[in-house]
Design a protein around this ligand. Sequence first.
Ligand code: NCD
Length: 526
Amino acid sequence: MNTQNPLRGRTLAVAGDLSVEEQRYLYEKTRALKEAWRTGGDLEPFRVDDPELGVYLMFLEDSTRTKESFRNAACFHNVKLNVFDANTSSFKKSESIVDTVKMLYGYSRRSIFIMRTKTEGVCRALEEQVGDYAQRIGGETPVFINGGDGKHEHPTQEFLDEFTFLEQRGFDDSSIHVALIGDLQHGRTIHSKAEGLKVFRNVVVDLVAPEELALPETYKRKMRENGFEVREWGSIDEYLQSGHVSDTWYFTRLQLERMGDEVKEREDELRRAVTFRPDFLNQLPEGTRFFHPLPRHREKPVVPPFLDSTALNGWDEQSINGFFTRIIELALVAGKLGHDFTGQGPLPKPPSQPFISEVPITRKTTVQDRFKVGIKPVDEGIVIDHIARGHSEQEIWNRVDRIRRILNLNVRSSHGVFHTSDQEFKGIISLPDITEFSPTDLKKLAAVSPGCTLNIIKESSVASKFRLSMPPKIYNFQEISCKNPECITHPSGHQHVAPFFHRDGSEAFACHYCGKVHGYGDIWDL
Ligand code: NCD
């Protein structure tokens, strides 16, 4: 990061990569640019004007608006524009994305890559891998802008949507009540709203979608954590009967290309639930505007063409705003704008809490005292205790089994499920032949069975005891993988990006790249 200009060199992989204040700065500058454009004012203060700056459009999935608005924005800036043709490139010869991008990076002194991919989490992985490479060779930090990755996020669409909502409100950011309607399950522009809508100080979100197209729980939770009031309906009909209808409707198309066959079979019925009909017209609040990231389905649009020339049409202006916001985004990450930004950037993650803590031994407990029920006493060795304490017997057995497999504990030992003094169940594994655990194994054990304790037994007494809780990050283990088949780390993609998870709440892990949330048992392959 550049200390003179905190926005220069920044990657935009997800909407949350810009803090709320940085987003507000982007919207202020976009407003000024749009005004200068409209009135024939001076546009030079916005223009990067650097033929050494390579802007690469790498669209590996179809695109019209995002690609064309970025192409036109890059032309505005007088930079070296490259439109990468995925169909005739080495991707066809199975080259990895990192290798391709590294090569292109070498062709310009400074580079910005704008990527659209079916694979999720690509920009974050490239930021890290090509960023490291740049550092090794002493080059400028490359920038990656996510123009939509699978069903994950679409941050630059998000920024143009928020700009449009603000514009609709005369740039009053005090509150928004917005209805999100359509395919909330697969719509990446919807997912980015869980962070992007934070630019408003008070947010009410109405989700309108049949169950099969409902917003994934992860994003609903994120919205609530961000202080939004979230309400839900299964169809526009039901929504209109609720009596508290928003004046800002944001529609999305059904993303059939990302749906399974069972859902596709019910296409017509699902589409009906989220398609606007003429008889709804008189039920809308005064001044309502409709928005849509576009494209609309030619035959069966959820926003039908009879609305095009009505006052409800907010989507045409919205689509043009993509050009202006993207000019400013390029100006920010290229370092042309941003010197006068004095606000708060993204907050660093709070330091992580230790997940292994030594528990004082209050009295010299003998192993015979502690582990007498059914477990053969150990003179020297290790006893893993309190495994999945309080869970069902079935769950405890599963956990015992998983610990044995993942830590490869096929040695002389005994194990079982026992009652605790509180009449709960817990698992115990006793390992007489093992006298120490490596830090990696301890971390694995903490990740597989948080809450358990590890007792080191010496001369038939508990010499030391550790309580393990869930580690804040999990990486560098052979036995883990992200279970989203579209994730850049998924083994089937052969992109050689190692899995990495952050703890998400008390019992789950989110993939650092694609954001998929896994129950903590689910990250393991064994
Ligand atoms: C959206 C996208 O690609 O995610 N379109 C866009 O960028 N303008 C929405 C969509 O494809 O439905």
